[in-house]
Ligand binder design. Structure first.
Ligand code: AMP
Length: 249
């Protein structure tokens, strides 16, 4: 079975993002970029399934600028066998990403397609669901456990207040939650080997998908500054403040 993993280039999770001057986005100049953390979990799961002998090949795919090849090389260093880069310098919204991924699914026929549950830059949490809808595949979102058994996969999902286990008929789409696994670090020899692994570049026009946006980002704002706390002298004073100042009790 082949596994397709979608990985996105985003601002590194450790960077404190700053809204740009005209409130149209965040500062990206000289900011460290990395693979979206949920996509790292997706790669790890695919590689573990290959190590267990469940999968025979892991293919990583990204849609994004030329620089996004760095994230594909990371996926290759972590154990993916080959990569596909759908190159565009334009902003691509989720539906376009899902349509492009659907063309890759059509061409590659993976048994499993694994995505992150959300990209930490735009927090959309919709690409996996859209891909499943476009391809007619079953979907198991927010996976915290994945068990493949012949032509089926059991997915344990993190839902409000507990866990839900569902069984999907393959081929299927899975989106990863935080507790699915702990991704490994790439070792230096694997980083070197990854440079030689195949990386195929395509353009959205090759795939017949228009990179047009139906969504306009109107404004980005920083959260309100937190005010400093105060120390109260007694429980009575605390209760009084909660009641009469904060008016929360
Ligand atoms: P989102 O729906 O944007 O929150 O993203 C959810 C997941 O979809 C990500 O974790 C990726 O696996 C995948 N995805 C989103 N955008 C891209 C992209 N440009 N290239 C590859 N995969 C993507």
């Amino acid at each position: 079975m082949k596994i397709l993993v979608a990985v996105k280039r985003v601002v590194d999770a450790n960077v404190k993002v700053r809204v740009n001057g005209d409130n149209t986005g965040v500062e990206l100049a000289n900011v460290k970029m990395a693979m979206n953390p949920f996509c790292e979990i997706a790669v790890e799961e695919a590689v573990r399934l290959k190590e267990k002998g469940v999968a025979s090949e892991v293919v990583a795919v990204t849609i994004g600028p030329k620089a996004a090849q760095e994230q594909l090389r990371t996926a290759l260093a972590l154990g993916a066998d080959r990569a596909i880069h759908i190159q565009t310098e334009e902003h691509v919204e989720s539906l376009v990403v899902a349509k492009l991924l659907a063309t890759v699914v059509e061409a590659e026929q993976p048994g499993l397609t694994i995505l992150g549950k959300q990209a930490i830059d735009t927090d959309n949490n919709q690409t996996g669901q859209m891909l499943a809808a476009l391809t007619g595949m079953a979907q198991g979102t927010f996976a915290s456990e994945v068990k493949v058994d012949n032509d089926k996969v059991a997915v344990t999902r993190e839902i409000d207040g507990g866990l839900q286990t569902i069984e999907l008929i393959l081929p299927a789409v899975i989106t990863t939650d935080l507790r699915l696994n702990e991704p490994r670090y790439a070792k230096l020899p694997d980083i070197m080997k990854a440079k030689k692994k195949p990386l195929d570049v395509k353009w959205p026009t090759d795939l017949g998908v228009a990179v047009q946006s139906k969504l306009t980002l109107l404004k980005v704002e920083s959260p309100a500054e937190r005010k400093g706390g105060i120390k109260v002298g007694s429980v009575d004073e605390l209760v009084d403040k909660l009641k009469n100042e904060a008016k929360v009790i």
